[in-house]
Design a binder for this molecule. Structure first.
Ligand SMILES: CC1=C(CCC(=O)O)c2cc3nc(cc4[nH]c(cc5[nH]c(cc1n2)c(C)c5CCC(=O)O)c(CCC(=O)O)c4C)C(CCC(=O)O)=C3C
Ligand SMILES: [Fe+2]
Length: 349
């Protein structure tokens, strides 16, 4: 018995799969967001270092394969679909396929753990836009709840921090710092996330505290930001991870474990902005550097998705959560996380 849902949809960001995809993909990402052309050219170059192929699509294919096995092993007989916000397979095409297959009502897992416009409500807007494009008989799609504090997400981050620490010189543990990172967002986007505002940075602070307490309670940690985009005159969350590494090197820190708790897989922001840029910054400073892995297809993470699905199939009231004091409803709460104002790209850049 699988309740009243007849499919599960993996909802993700999407990424280019070849050199010619890069610019059209980036234009989809930043449409109406006022990101300067110079920033886009810089990011395009990051993708071109990898032959214009983002790792995110392959990671989603691997996640789908793992979910297929997980569902089969637990007797969940629902077909899996995959649709993206910014690149093929695009969500509207996936909804069309679902409709053709007779799907009426699907549950959606978005590859984004936290609350904010970009990481939550925008996915709901994407669903609504795609449904409008497909027409009145488009499938219904319900987003699963937030999972930032689920043990299936936090647990893999804990083990990854332990493993990264294990690769550093134990003699310098006393001067080792854990540096948690997440995607920076405009300060106004953080301020409007959640019913009372600030929920994006608050959830990240919660997870940083949970991971550090379980992985290395003896070490100091910080939460900093990476991958800033947008026009320079708009304030985004700071400090940037590179500036932060400079600051802590000046305080006598000798080694840093960088743990990207803001992400679920090692996509381009992780392998470029951390494994390349931040690592280089650390090298220039003479700081030991170890980047902790993201959940990817860790069996606990895959099991978490299955659990989130069964919570809804059986209307279960038991939810595994490590921060039960915080609200994390099934979806973005009414009135929360409004879309930022649309702005044109600045002229002359
Ligand atoms: C909060 C957040 C997450 C985490 C939650 C989640 O995972 O959803 C995230 C993830 C990702 N961001 C990604 C890529 C990009 N994000 C950009 C731009 C932006 N990100 C923003 C926020 C976030 N982004 C924002 C507020 C912007 C400004 C434009 C706008 O207001 O929308 C740009 C434009 C160029 C630039 O960076 O300037 C790119 C290319 C990829 C794919 C990587 C790959 O290909 O492997 C992933 C997973
Ligand atoms: Fe982004």
């Amino acid at each position: 018995m699988t309740g009243s849902y007849d499919a599960v949809l993996l909802l993700s960001f999407g990424g280019p799969e070849g050199p010619d995809d890069v610019m059209p993909f980036l234009e989809n990402v930043v449409r109406g967001r006022g990101v300067p052309a110079a920033r886009l050219a810089e990011v395009a170059e990051h993708y071109q270092h990898f032959g214009g192929v983002s790792p995110i699509n392959e990671q989603n294919r691997e996640l789908l394969a793992a979910l297929g096995k997980e569902f089969a092993a637990h007797g969940i007989d629902l077909p899996l679909y995959w649709g993206n916000r910014n690149w093929h397979p695009l969500l509207a095409d996936t909804l069309r396929q679902m409709r053709a297959d007779g799907v009426r009502r699907a549950l959606a897992f978005a590859t984004s753990a936290y609350s904010s416009y970009s990481s939550c409500r925008q996915y709901r807007d994407d669903i609504a836009t795609a449904q409008r494009e497909v027409g009145p008989d488009a499938p219904e799609v319900e987003k699963l709840r937030h999972f930032y504090d689920h043990p299936g997400f936090v647990g893999p981050h804990v083990d990854a921090v332990k493993a990264a620490l294990g690769s550093l010189d134990p003699a310098r543990r006393g001067t080792t710092r854990i540096v948690f990172t997440a995607h920076s967002v405009p300060m106004s986007m953080d301020a409007s996330s959640g019913p009372d505002g600030g929920l994006y940075s608050a959830q990240l602070t919660t997870v940083a505290g949970l991971v550090s307490a379980a992985a290395a309670p003896d070490l100091a940690w910080d939460l900093v930001w990476q991958s800033r985009s947008g026009p320079p005159q708009v304030p985004w969350l700071e400090p940037d991870v590179n500036d932060h590494l400079r600051a802590i090197a000046g305080e006598g820190v000798t080694d840093a474990v960088v743990s990207p708790i803001g992400f679920v897989s090692d996509h381009l922001e992780v392998i470029w902005d951390l494994d390349n840029e931040a690592k280089q910054t650390a090298g220039e400073l003479g700081l030991g550097f170890a980047r902790a892995a993201t959940p990817g297809t860790d069996p606990r993470f895959v099991g978490m998705v299955r659990e989130l699905v069964t919570e809804r199939l059986y209307a279960s009231s038991s939810q595994r959560r490590l921060a039960p004091w915080e609200a994390s409803g099934p979806s973005c709460l009414p009135g929360c996380c409004p879309a930022p104002a649309r702005r044109p790209a600045p002229a002359g850049h």
